[in-house]
Design a protein around this ligand. Structure first.
Ligand SMILES: [Zn+2]
Ligand SMILES: [Zn+2]
Length: 267
């Protein structure tokens, strides 16, 4: 099977040779030199007011004023870099899956530089990754969830638990970037995410009335995997952070300790 896969790739490369998006060199979508030239950010800002925040936390005032359930958004690279924008475009809209490697590398480098994972007691067990899910319709169109692929690569590197089945996109939404006015943007994404069936019925989330009903055994045995954990939500890009905020709203009833967003760039 693997041989057939390699052979198919070899044939495709003959018909559609790859050229580096940066320098045009044949044989790669992105050569090592151009990948190394991509900017990596060294610090973080409050995602609400933009003020410098060495630890990445949004200012206390901003979080209170906006009732933000998100602790902060970590931005790995710079949207102003035209090569980076082109790579993201090819990855998302031309389905060049192998670009997940250099893109996720930017996230990994950012987390390492900021020592983010170790910031929470040094134990990886406290930090979990959750990719932002796609609606079934968009998943069918693209054939893969670009955020999940990035999360898997981050997971390969740090060996953090990745939970791909806890959050669902319960309704189809327009891509946030296609909407220019802020109000429509917020309305577009509001209540777009929900807990997956098994988790929305966790015993701890049931109302007193529901608690008197018998709990199916598989549900009762399903322990809350988010309780007191640090969650890193992973998406490719963000604009205002409304998508992350809605994911955080859906996850909050499971009482994680903190919820963060991580993206390649903020557009
Ligand atoms: Zn190159
Ligand atoms: Zn702020």
């Amino acid at each position: 099977m693997k041989t057939l896969h390699t052979l198919t790739h070899w044939c495709l490369d003959l018909v559609f040779p790859k050229y580096c998006l940066g320098c045009g060199q044949e044989g790669f979508y992105l050569c090592a030199g151009c990948a190394a030239s991509l900017p990596t950010l060294t610090g973080a800002n409050c995602f609400i007011c933009g003020r410098r925040s060495p630890t990445g936390y949004a200012c206390d005032n901003c979080r209170r004023a906006h009732c933000s359930l998100l602790s902060g958004i970590l931005i790995a690279s710079d949207w102003n870099n035209l090569l980076l924008r082109q790579i993201i475009y090819e990855y998302k809209y031309r389905f060049v899956k192998e670009l997940a490697a250099p893109l996720s590398q930017l996230m990994i480098a950012f987390l390492e530089r900021t020592n983010f994972v170790n910031m929470f007691g040094g134990s990886n067990i406290n930090v979990l990754l959750i990719p932002v899910p796609l609606h079934g319709r968009r998943l069918a169109w693209r054939g893969f969830n670009q955020s999940k692929l990035l999360a898997q690569k981050v997971n390969d590197h740090f060996n953090l638990p990745l939970l791909n089945n806890i959050l669902i996109r319960s309704r189809h939404t327009l891509p946030q970037r296609e909407i220019t006015d802020q109000k429509t943007r917020t309305a577009n994404i509001q209540n777009a995410f929900a807990l997956a069936e098994n988790y929305s019925h966790l015993p701890s989330l049931r109302s007193p009335l529901e608690r008197s009903e018998a709990i199916p055994r598989d549900v009762a045995q399903n322990l809350n995997p988010l309780k007191n954990k640090i969650i890193i939500l992973i998406d490719d890009i963000c604009t205002t952070g409304a998508t992350f905020q809605d994911c955080a709203r859906a996850l909050a009833p499971l009482n994680p300790k903190e919820i963060w967003g991580l993206v390649i760039a903020r557009g």
